[in-house]
Design a protein around this ligand. Structure first.
Ligand code: ZN
Length: 233
């Protein structure tokens, strides 16, 4: 985790040897100051969020677009007691409370389903999926697939374009097409909204396997969408 409460302030660690307590589990947190990664806190006895994943500059830069009191918010299922930290929670406690999950590493469809089931109990939910080529050809396949010219389509006044996934496996795009939360992709400086089941249902004919529809938006549009000030999502 990138933030913890220390001396009545929620912040990242600032030096080696800092310690504090996790307010969610009471566990001891120690500072980690890696040379090649962002400073973060480590639970001495294991993270209380079983979904916690290693984070880096990409997570940090997106979390910093939201107020510090919206970053890394622990949410607990009232009946099971299960706890997970939302990467970003805006409008907490309001009817339009929204969870944004920042996804840099690959996750399975089962993991995606589990996270949506947890967060969507009480929240609107958005994914921001990082498209990169650190461990695969994902970024390369995505770049080859982008085509906003051939098949533009207007859905509820929003300009989407239908394109075809150029990678050898269509699993990645099919998995995210089936998401029940809103899915955005971040590739380099660009952000795209992926048409999900509800948007696709409005097309004249269903998309075939490997086909998908994107709409491009600016960083500001995206942040507005997280705050629920844009439509859709
Ligand atoms: Zn904890």
């Amino acid at each position: 985790m990138l933030y913890a409460w220390i001396n009545e302030q929620k912040r990242a660690p600032s030096r080696k040897g800092e310690r504090t307590t996790c307010l969610d589990c009471g566990g001891l947190l120690t500072s980690v100051m890696p040379v090649e990664n962002v400073p973060h806190w480590r639970h001495r006895a294991g993270d209380c969020d079983s979904w916690s994943e290693p984070e880096g500059p990409w997570h940090l830069s997106w979390k910093e677009k939201f107020e510090v009191n919206c970053r890394e918010i622990a949410l607990r299922d009232g009946s099971s007691g299960e706890l997970h930290r939302a990467d970003v929670l805006v409008n907490g406690g309001e009817p339009d409370a929204t969870v944004l999950e920042l996804q840099h590493s690959a996750i399975s469809e089962a993991e995606r389903d589990a996270r949506e089931a947890f967060y969507k109990q009480d929240h609107r939910m958005l994914w921001l999926v990082h498209i990169h080529s650190e461990n695969s050809f994902l970024g390369h396949s995505f770049g080859l697939s982008l085509d906003f010219k051939s098949r533009p389509v207007d859905i509820d006044g929003r300009k989407f374009a239908i394109m075809t996934w150029m990678g050898s496996s269509k699993q990645f795009i099919e998995k995210w097409k089936r998401a029940s939360a809103h899915v955005f992709f971040n590739a380099g400086p660009f952000i795209f909204y992926l048409a999900g089941p509800k948007v696709l249902a409005r097309l004249e004919r269903p998309l075939s396997r490997g086909e998908f529809a994107l709409c491009q938006l600016s960083h500001d549009d995206f942040v507005r969408a997280v705050h629920g000030r844009d439509n859709p999502p």
